[in-house]
Each structure stands twice: as structure tokens, then as C-alpha cells.
Design a protein around this ligand. Structure first.
Ligand code: AMP
Length: 366
């Protein structure tokens, strides 16, 4: 049990981060502002965190490298949810706190466990059924109908590992076989398509003393399964916002969660809200907080996992966050000279299609 008076990490202390992408970079920048150091453990070159953090490059199953890393930090967090369970098992033996904890991570890593969990706290999800092979896919399609989306239970992100079945599609044995081979016959779920009006997300946080805080919801637009824009204000009815916050609060409490969480919702025409999924980490749809909120989601995550009081989530400008994906980054110069456009580039050199290269927060004070 954490003594409410005792921070887990003080200024001068060090946070360990698994993963060396842009989220680790932005957590490191926020930690630096608070006088807290970061140490990144990554299995690749971790270019976004070059110059912002101490870096260990090693495989996620390298026990001695993980133990050495843990011995040099005061708390461990992660910037991606596909951290191997075995990595966390090794780190757990070191006694260094891991935030968010293993249950949150294990729940978010598996779409079936995640959906069961979301329903267990009294929130709605899309209809879903387990798929392991051709007979179970056919049974799931019969039960749920089309349109529907087949999603791998694990290791899917940004629309990867997904196959769509259209409303009027004739489901033949060939279609079933192709769908299963498209997801490499991995364990999966079939999800009914939610006819949403809008997608929104809520970024929440909880510290080890049980304090919670929420940023205002952002309305999100995706392109090809990847977040394109997040816009505030979302202009959702206040009842919807209260309902969403209550769902996030229940998730945080049930998971005894420590850190920032990103929860994605669908808003139906009827006003009902359905949880799509949650990410046990800082979230792309919370990047607007860097320039339009008193405390950013990155600072909030640092505060939460260090056991500090949470920061002020007040928004002080209207804002649209635009992701710069792949070649979009070549337009950086078009944004950088515009008043109230705040550019963030991640230091990646290779602008591959679909790769998140940066974002811009376009503020509106009118
Ligand atoms: P996901 O990787 O599950 O977050 O899916 C990426 C995007 O696909 C979501 O943000 C939605 O735009 C869309 N999507 C995923 N699942 C559903 C669903 N069950 N119904 C409607 N749209 C969905």
C-alpha cells in the first residue's frame, strides 16, 4: 500500500519506459520539465528518443538487460500495449513498480478479454463472438450478421489485423477461408459494425492514491484505420460526457490503474455510447493537450506514475490536432509559419506510408 504522503519518484529520480517511439519521446520531454529523468528500453534504434533519454537497445526477452534496466529506474511504464507478457514477468521479479499494472496491460492486449471487461463494468460494446476457425467464423457471422469486422484478438493496431464483411456480401466458403488467411489464422473476434454518428475519446488518469482526472472528450476522425484529426470542443451533450467519464472512472478503479488511459467511444444517433477499446497509455487523440490544456497528457502520466497530485486538465483554446502521416510531414513548413499552429515532429527520418511522423495542434482563441 502506497503511503499517500510519499511520492514514488521525486525530482531527480528516473522513469523507465519500454518502447522508444514518439510517445516515449513526449513522455521524456514532459518528465524533463519536471526534473525527472527517463531511461528507454527498446528493441530497435529508438530514434525519436535520441537526445531525450538514456537508451538501452536490447531484445524484450533479454533477462540480464531487463534486470539491469530495472535496477537503474524508480518506476517502469510503457508506450505500447504489445509488450510481451514474459518481459513484464521478468521486470515484476525486480520489485520496481510497473504502471499501469499487469492486469490493465493483459486486458488491453486481448480484444476478447477487453470486451468482457468493458461489459463487466456495465458499459456497452459492439456485439462480438469468438473466432478460432472456419466453423466458428461461420457461426459468428450467422449470429452477428453483416456488416461486421473480423479482428485478431492480439497485436492489432491502427486497423491492422482486420477484415471487413460488407452488408450485402455473399459469404462463401472461399470468403471465409480468405478472411482467416488474411489474419494468419490467429485467434480472433467478429465484431458487429456499430453505425456510429461520431467517434470520440476520453483521456483519463489515476494516481496510486486513487485521485482521478479527465480531459475533455475529443471527436476523432480516422483515415484508413489511422487517426487523422482530433477536434475540441467535441460539442457532445453534457449527459454523454458524464456517462463517458463515469465509464472511464469505473475502468480505472476496477483495474486499480495508475497512469494515463485512452478510451475510444462510438456515439450512436440515439445518443447511446459504446466503448470501442482502451489503450493503457498516453493516446494519440490526447496530443492536443500539449498546447491547449494546462497540463498535457504526458505530464499527467508522469505525475500519476510518480505518485504526484494530478495536473489541471482545463482546456484554454479550441484546438484541432492533425496527424502528419508518411509524406504529410513534407508539409511541415506550411504549418510552422502559421500563427497558433504548434508543430511537433518526432525525429524519424524515413517517411514510410502509414508511419506517424509528427502532428500539428492548430489553436483557435477566437
Ligand atoms: P480499432 O483498431 O478497433 O480501433 O479500429 C479502428 C477504427 O475502425 C475505429 O476507430 C473505427 O473507425 C473503425 N471500427 C472498428 N471497429 C468498429 C466497429 N465495430 N464498428 C464500426 N467501426 C469500427
Amino acid at each position: 500500500m502506497t503511503n499517500p504522503q510519499t511520492p514514488i519518484v521525486r525530482p531527480g529520480g528516473r522513469i523507465g519506459i519500454l518502447g522508444g517511439g514518439q510517445l516515449a519521446r513526449m513522455i521524456s520531454l514532459a518528465a524533463t520539465q519536471l526534473g525527472v529523468k527517463t531511461h528507454v528500453f527498446s528493441d530497435t534504434d529508438a530514434s525519436p528518443v535520441a537526445n531525450c533519454a538514456q537508451i538501452t537497445v536490447a531484445q524484450y526477452d533479454d533477462q540480464s538487460a531487463l534486470e539491469k534496466f530495472a535496477s537503474q529506474v524508480d518506476v517502469i511504464t510503457y508506450e505500447f500495449e504489445n509488450v510481451p507478457a514474459s518481459t513484464l514477468e521478468i521486470l515484476a521479479t525486480t520489485g520496481v513498480p510497473i504502471s499501469p499494472g499487469q492486469r490493465a496491460l493483459a486486458t488491453a492486449q486481448d480484444r476478447l478479454i477487453e470486451k468482457d471487461f468493458i461489459r463487466s463494468i456495465g458499459a456497452s460494446t459492439a456485439p462480438y463472438a469468438t473466432v478460432n476457425d472456419a466453423p466458428s467464423l461461420r457461426a459468428a457471422l450467422n449470429k452477428i450478421g453483416t456488416p461486421a469486422i473480423l479482428k485478431t484478438r492480439r497485436f492489432g493496431y491502427d486497423g491492422k489485423g482486420q477484415v471487413r464483411f460488407e452488408a450485402d456480401q455473399k459469404i462463401t466458403e472461399r470468403i471465409i477461408e480468405d478472411a482467416l488467411s488474411d489474419i494468419a489464422r490467429a485467434p480472433a473476434i467478429l465484431e458487429g459494425f456499430v453505425p456510429f454518428e461520431r467517434e470520440f475519446s476520453i483521456i483519463g488518469a489515476r494516481n496510486p492514491h486513487g485521485q482521478t482526472a479527465f480531459f475533455e472528450p475529443a471527436v476523432n476522425e480516422h483515415r484508413s484505420g489511422i487517426l487523422h484529426t482530433s477536434t475540441l470542443p467535441a460539442n457532445l451533450p453534457s449527459k454523454t460526457v458524464r456517462q463517458g467519464e463515469s465509464i472511464v472512472e469505473r475502468m480505472l478503479t476496477a483495474l486499480d490503474y495508475v497512469g494515463v488511459i485512452g478510451v475510444e467511444f462510438f456515439e450512436l444517433g440515439s445518443g447511446e455510447i459504446v466503448v470501442n477499446e482502451f489503450a493503457p497509455r498516453v493516446h494519440n487523440s490526447g496530443h492536443w493537450t500539449q498546447d491547449a490544456a494546462a497540463c498535457s497528457q504526458f505530464e499527467q502520466h508522469v505525475r500519476a506514475i510518480c505518485g504526484w497530485p494530478l495536473g489541471d486538465t482545463t482546456r484554454f483554446a479550441d484546438v484541432q490536432m492533425i496527424n502528419l502521416i508518411g509524406d504529410d510531414v513534407n508539409a511541415w513548413h506550411d504549418y510552422v509559419g502559421v500563427p497558433n499552429n504548434v508543430l511537433h515532429l518526432y525525429g524519424k527520418t524515413d517517411a514510410r506510408p502509414g508511419r506517424k511522423m509528427g502532428h500539428v495542434n492548430r489553436l483557435d482563441f477566437s
